[in-house]
Design a protein around this ligand. Structure first.
Ligand code: SAM
Length: 274
């Protein structure tokens, strides 16, 4: 079989489909990245063109999900942007409610963020007083997150205290990996979802981590995603975005910035005249 190359028009067709499905905007220079990521499917189906693969994707929802899984960027690590975990610790030390604290790691990738949050919660709250939900569009990363099994090198960023308490070093066939303590994992749930949709079945949260995903969206999609997230936030709850991202230009008056990259959902009647 000769090497199949993606054409500009095929790239544009896939880009439009990806934008409609998950809101990710791909710039022109992502053409070769798309080609390399989809190439294994071309081989799998023994196809003569990317157009043929596009036709499979639009006619077979399972392959469309597979294609979307291939295009998402899932880079993550434990305790990424440490300031947000220091903030969480302070928040928990001041948490006086007798209601169970609910935290959402939206766009969780393979779960490193959700389990980092869980470690901090478990170290300061009783286990019946908190829960974490991790969610992502990519079904493969959600499967991995549920397993909670990571390369040992990923534990570098975890403090000694938490590593001893929450990470089980693999032996035999799991040599070189570690497993998240099953007791901790009981309070962490993972679910596939699309941030372009309102996820009302998730309920409302006290804290939402929405980090390193807005970067893949254009301004309109960012606004839509944050508005959807707000539907899942309690009044007075907090939204945490990456320190490398911002909500500039979204005109979301209901969010008050309380720290760089941390926003509070105001009362419903904010700004109302009395
Ligand atoms: C770079 S990772 C960020 C992981 C983690 N939040 C962190 O900061 O380390 C971005 C994740 O966003 C997910 N994603 C992209 N578009 C999405 C969408 N429309 N709905 C839900 N998740 C999405 C990707 O699958 C990917 O796992």
């Amino acid at each position: 079989m000769s090497i199949v190359k993606i054409t500009k028009s095929e790239f544009e067709k896939f880009s439009a489909l990806i934008f409609d499905e998950v809101g990710i905007t791909l710039s022109e220079h992502k053409q070769s990245l798309m080609e390399s990521r989809f190439y294994k499917r071309i081989i799998h189906y023994e196809l003569a063109s990317f157009e043929a693969y596009y036709q499979i994707c639009i006619n077979d929802s399972r392959e469309k999900i597979e294609m979307l899984n291939l295009i998402t960027t899932n880079e993550t690590y434990f305790f990424r942007e440490m300031d947000h975990f220091k903030f969480l610790k302070e928040y928990l030390l001041n948490y006086s409610s007798d209601m169970k604290l609910r935290i959402w790691s939206a766009a969780s990738s393979v779960g490193a963020e959700a389990y980092s949050i869980a470690m901090v919660c478990d170290s300061l709250l009783a286990s019946n007083m908190w829960e974490v939900l991790g969610s992502d569009i990519n079904s493969h990363v959600i499967k991995k997150a549920r397993m909670g099994l990571y390369p040992l090198t990923w534990s570098d960023k975890i403090s000694d205290e938490f590593r001893h308490k929450y990470c089980l070093k693999g032996k035999g066939k799991y040599e070189g990996e570690f497993l998240i303590n099953r007791q901790l994992a009981k309070n962490v749930r993972f679910q596939t979802n699309n941030l372009l949709e309102v996820n009302s079945e998730f309920g409302r949260f006290d804290l939402v981590y929405l980090r390193n995903v807005l970067i893949y969206f254009n301004v309109d999609t960012r606004k839509k995603v944050v508005q959807n997230i707000i539907e899942n936030m309690k009044i007075g709850s907090l939204l945490i975005i990456s320190q490398t991202e911002n909500l500039n230009g979204l005109n979301l008056d209901e969010l008050e910035q309380i720290q760089p990259s941390i926003f509070k959902l105001r009362e419903k009647n904010y700004g109302a005249r009395t």
